[in-house]
Design a binder for this molecule. Structure first.
Ligand code: GLU
Ligand code: MG
Length: 458
């Protein structure tokens, strides 16, 4: 950890001042756990100044907790031992959806102040560092879909039955969306686009890209904001990958590109390169494709995720890449005319909001850098729906079916030396244990239990 500097001190004073002026009663210290849940503890105002410096204590067990609050068996992650949740001061916001709360995102540290090895945010920091060593600054955006629902007689009912991109859907959700846009912008997140999506009650509202760590932080703040604004309207916002069995899934497509250090040159773009892609971009994509059957354990991270990853649902089901192909797991979107250099990017469709965004993006970076290190070639792009190809054609393209269950994905991750090495022993062991605990728990229950337990968790 960095040694506290004068500027940290000044920043802490400024936060305390802002908190007082805003009349905050609590400041939440938030993190994302190994199972994708946002958890945290809040400090009262009298101890805010101190806690901004020392952090708040947390049992080591929490990174072995599942979304069912079951403690997975991991050595050294039981009732004995503490870590600290130490705020990253730059992430402080006065949460505009509530008049009395502030939010700050934290790094997990040991009692001595060293990075805690089971911290997902620390993992992404390390992967950002690795990319920097390869002269690449990863810029990313999480593009979440989510569903608005009413809770009625013990079940969740979609807010409306509106059509994709329809203005009737816009009207149905207008109150929530207006407040949401204002709340996001008050936190420095610029709204890019909004529309009702295909599923009943389904919304898609995207925010601008940012350097990798900030992009993952933004996704947490975004989820917090959506959930709270919806609740203020008496609604439930679901980020579950498949909220209802008969409706479109909620993806959280992950877009990224690799830039030079001062973010002036998009190193993924090369005028005249195939599809405008540079060699580094092609190798990076090839790396992600190569690791994808294991990587989805990080990006499609829940039992519920695999209901969404089905052929012909525009969610992606095969290990393929394609130009403007919305059935390909990796899509290279057509760049904007006149803005080719700056708009060239890659999208991973096999990604959803049940993932811990730090682990998802960190895993993508580890896989992509491996592609660059090994100088991997991209296979041929797929220009049709891969489900329409014959088995033989798919085989020739290496277009294997992506895992159809979390268990299969976790088995693949356990065999992927590059991703395991990037995660490090403690993070890998705790992550695998938490997921195995879920796999066993959900296998012992029916589908209704699975839908109910994922609906409002993320
Ligand atoms: N809802 C689709 C998914 O599950 C994505 C639809 C689209 O935006 O292309 O990923
Ligand atoms: Mg969409």
């Amino acid at each position: 950890m960095d040694i506290p500097s004068e500027s940290d001190r000044a920043l802490r004073d400024e936060i305390v001042e802002r908190a007082r002026t805003a009349g905050l009663r609590l400041v939440r210290f938030l993190y994302c756990d190994n199972d994708g849940l946002i958890r945290g503890k809040a400090t009262g105002m009298s101890s805010l100044a101190r806690r901004l410096e020392t952090g708040i204590g947390l049992t080591v067990a929490m990174q072995a907790f599942s979304l069912l609050d079951q403690l997975a068996p991991v050595e050294g992650m039981g009732p004995v031992g503490e870590i600290r949740l130490v705020p990253d001061l730059k992430t402080f916001v006065v949460a505009p959806y509530s008049v009395v709360t502030g939010v700050v995102l934290v790094d997990m540290t040991t009692l001595e102040g060293a990075p805690y090895p089971a911290d997902g945010r620390g993992f992404l920091r390390r992967m950002v560092g690795r990319a920097r060593d390869a002269d690449m600054e990863i810029v990313a955006a999480f593009e979440p879909e989510w569903s608005l629902a009413r809770s009625e007689a013990g079940s969740y009912v979609p807010l409306d039955e509106s059509n994709c991109f329809s203005t009737s859907g816009m009207v149905a959700a207008a109150g929530v969306i207006d407040e949401l846009v204002a709340a996001l912008e008050a936190q420095g997140m610029a709204v890019e686009q909004y529309y009702p999506e295909l599923g009943w009650g389904q919304q898609e509202l995207s925010i601008g890209r940012a350097p990798a760590l900030r992009a993952a932080d933004n996704h947490l703040l975004y989820r917090e904001t959506v959930r709270d604004v919806a609740a203020r309207h008496g609604l439930v916002a679901s980020f579950a990958p498949k909220p209802w069995p008969d409706q479109a899934g909620n993806g959280c497509h992950l877009h990224w590109s690799g830039w030079n250090r001062d973010l002036t040159v998009n190193r993924f773009h090369e005028a005249g390169g195939p599809y405008g892609l540079s060699e580094a971009a092609r190798q990076f994509i090839a790396g992600v494709l190569d690791h994808l059957p294991a990587l989805v354990a990080l990006t499609c991270a829940s039992v519920n995720s695999y209901r969404r990853l089905q052929p012909q649902t525009w969610a992606s089901a095969y290990r393929t890449w394609g130009f403007d192909n919305r059935e390909a797991a990796l899509r290279v979107p057509s760049p904007l005319r006149g803005l080719e250099a700056e708009s060239t990017n890659v999208e991973l469709k096999a990604s959803d909001s049940s993932a811990n965004p730090y682990l998802a993006l960190g895993g993508v970076i580890a896989a992509g850098l491996d592609g660059i290190e090994r100088g991997l070639d991209l296979p041929r792009p797929v220009a049709v729906d891969p489900a329409s190809l014959s088995e033989k054609e798919r085989e020739e393209l290496g277009a294997v079916r992506l895992p159809t269950s979390l268990g299969e994905a976790i088995d693949n991750l356990e065999r992927d030396a590059v991703l395991l090495d990037a995660l490090g022993d403690r993070l890998a062991a705790s992550y695998l244990a938490v997921k195995r605990s879920n796999i066993a728990a959900f296998a012992a229950h029916d589908e209704a239990f699975e839908f109910a337990q994922h609906f409002s968790k993320f």
